[in-house]
Write a protein that binds this ligand. Structure first.
Ligand code: 6GU
Length: 224
């Protein structure tokens, strides 16, 4: 997979890709991440990429020309499966969407900033719009990192144990069951006995039941 990320502040997004699972995925050649600074596609020598909204109002709007130039340069080099715009006024990311996107080859992610982008960018270039939840961030950069992480960890070969992504919370619309490790007793708090029993059929049943109970208590909406 190849992901091209277009942003006004690509620096803000670099370090999360330099550690742990996401770093290893790149080192193994399973994903390539390319950052593009929108400023490099500015319409003048002063680096202009935004302007005030027609009709008035607060904030600046990202202009269409720099985004057009950047997206079209990328599209002239390869085909893209999706051109995604990160914005709070969009469908909210869930595991199903991450699963679907993890099957794609080439993605562009346009990261919004300021008051957003000229609507014609969305109409002309964007194939999918994604929010990461019902709250407002100052820019789409952190949302972009969240989306990339959710996708990359699903790529075959990224997680050591192939089953571990399948047992995540949400893969079957249930929260993950509780987990425990040593010591078996801590300040009089005991690990559920079944987990120490060595009876794997019983353990699987307990985990399934625990997942259902936790989902009913914490996220009943998932069971609707
Ligand atoms: Cl994608 N962008 C911003 N700015 N805020 C958000 C978001 C995205 N998703 C939730 N809040």
């Amino acid at each position: 997979m190849r992901i091209d990320i277009i942003s006004v502040i690509p620096e803000l997004m670099q370090s999360p890709f330099e550690y742990s699972i996401i770093k290893r995925a790149q080192d193994k050649g399973l994903v390539e991440i390319h950052f593009h600074n929108l400023r490099d596609y500015a319409i003048n020598n002063y680096g202009k990429i935004d302007d005030s909204p027609f009709g008035g109002g607060a904030g600046m709007v990202l202009m269409i020309e720099p985004i057009d130039k950047c997206i079209n340069k990328l599209k002239s080099e390869r085909n893209y499966d999706e051109i995604i715009y990160m914005t709070p006024d969009a469908p909210v990311l869930n595991q199903q969407m991450a699963n679907t996107l993890s099957l794609k080859g080439n993605l562009i992610i346009l990261t919004g900033h300021y008051k957003g982008v000229d609507q014609r960018v969305r109409d002309l270039f964007i194939t999918k719009e994604i929010s990461i939840g019902d709250y407002v961030l100052s820019g789409g950069e952190f949302a972009t990192i969240v989306l990339c992480d959710a996708i990359i960890r699903l790529l075959p070969g990224v997680l050591g144990d192939e089953t571990s992504a399948l047992t995540d919370s949400f893969q079957d619309d249930l929260l993950a069951p509780e987990v425990y490790t040593r010591p078996a007793v801590y300040q009089n708090k005991e690990v559920p006995k079944v987990l120490l029993s060595g009876d794997f059929k019983k353990i699987d049943e307990w985990r399934e039941q625990n997942a259902i109970e936790r989902t009913e208590r914490i996220r009943p909406d998932l069971l609707d």
